[in-house]
Design a protein around this ligand. Sequence first.
Ligand code: AHR
Length: 504
Amino acid sequence: MKATVTAHRDFTIATIDDRLYGAFLEHLGRAIYSGVYEPDHPTADANGMRRDVIALVRELKVPIVRYPGGNFVSAYNWEDGVGPREQRPVRLDLAWHASESNAVGIHEFADWCEAAGTEMMLAVNLGSRGLDEARNFVEYVNGPTGSYWGDLRKANGRAEPLGVTHWCLGNEMDGPWQVGHKTAHEYGRLANEVAKTLRAFDGSLKLVVCGSSNSDMATYPEWERVVLDHCYEAVDHISLHMYFANRAKNTAEYLALSEKLDAYIGTVASTIEFVRAAKRSRRRVTISFDEWNVWYHSNAEDREILAGAKGWPHAPRLLEDVYNFEDALMVGCILNTFIRRSDVVRIACIAQLVNVIAPIMTEPKGPAWRQTTFYPYYFASAFGRGDALRLSVKSPGYDSQVADNAPYLDIAGVLDAKEETLTFFAVNRHASDPIDLEATLLGFGEASIGDHQVLAGAPLAAANTLTSPLTVTPKKGSGATIADGRLTAKLPACSYQMIRLALS
Ligand code: AHR
């Protein structure tokens, strides 16, 4: 099968926001406890944080991490996580039917972010709580000393404000499962009042209002229209979430799901434009896609704990999806979609980062390792910074339940003018046929193959595990050539590739 691509240096979509490669850490299962925090682990630092995990997070160059939830945040009292550890209360986590020790709170997470070289994006609880607790939290985190909350933060060990810019106004408030679930009107009005209040404290905050939990919600996309109608002038981003699954064991249908993601983004972008036009506003609200990933492998085994059959365990194994090679292809397609939509998707967070539906897994007292999905996320984050290119792609396609003519070649291109590189991220969705890729490069000058990395050839079910952590790893690609301004490469059936060209 042949596919052609034309790339022109001047045909760009947008400068990709670094925050597109963000992640999410929730107080859920072993994400925090024995994921990032394990004081008796051999690699623990002075704060009890696992240095092996920090090294992997640094490798991923994660720019921003959303915290502390998720569904967890909708019944969370942030005050429980500050002050002397021995005085912090154990609480019941109603979202995940677990016990929360509060050994990690905002101070410990701030220390971890510094060690991991990332920024925090915090969520306030608009489920069981409201405006007052939200503004107190923001003042505690960012307020000056000489005021009540700033002085309390200082007494707890941090005189300097933490300077957290990004704040999520609740989590998935459209979801009936959410503690404090609201209608679009109830939530939109509350979000507007909270945003107004937080802005009275600091007008420069970046505020994220909840959009839909997924595009199958009955309230979507009216939810976005109503919520934005209430708070358009007060917020910066609208949050979207989406998880992907191959329940039917149909690879072609599974890999086409990123077309559904694309349609979701397109619809919400149009809704934003509709509200903007209706309000005669100059403001540009954009999308924070702050939860996305594959999530389904662990559903069955999680049921017992979530139904309460195990009582209230602390940091149980929950949502520990073991990802396979096929999932890595799916994650590649998702990231390509975000790159191609980077004009409107300015923030995106893989959900989650450690142990819980995560690219990084850990064993208590044992090692940390990279899941299959680590690699496409790593390649996009490390090499997908710069200008997203508007590629012209001609590829054979197939009809799926979510899209007609989904192209077998899923590709995104990024020009990094500073590093003088042009990088293609490509997935061949075809189960048996390789793709002969021919890309015409216009306006880039001389180009040569700088790096070529491939995930291919493994059984679709192959996974990286504690006992076999290197089953699926990228290999150096071969056979890509450039001649007369044309890149050619053979993309094996069911493969992921990162082809990085050096420009001169
Ligand atoms: O990431 C797991 C959960 O998925 C989050 O807590 C919630 O926001 C979403 O439903």
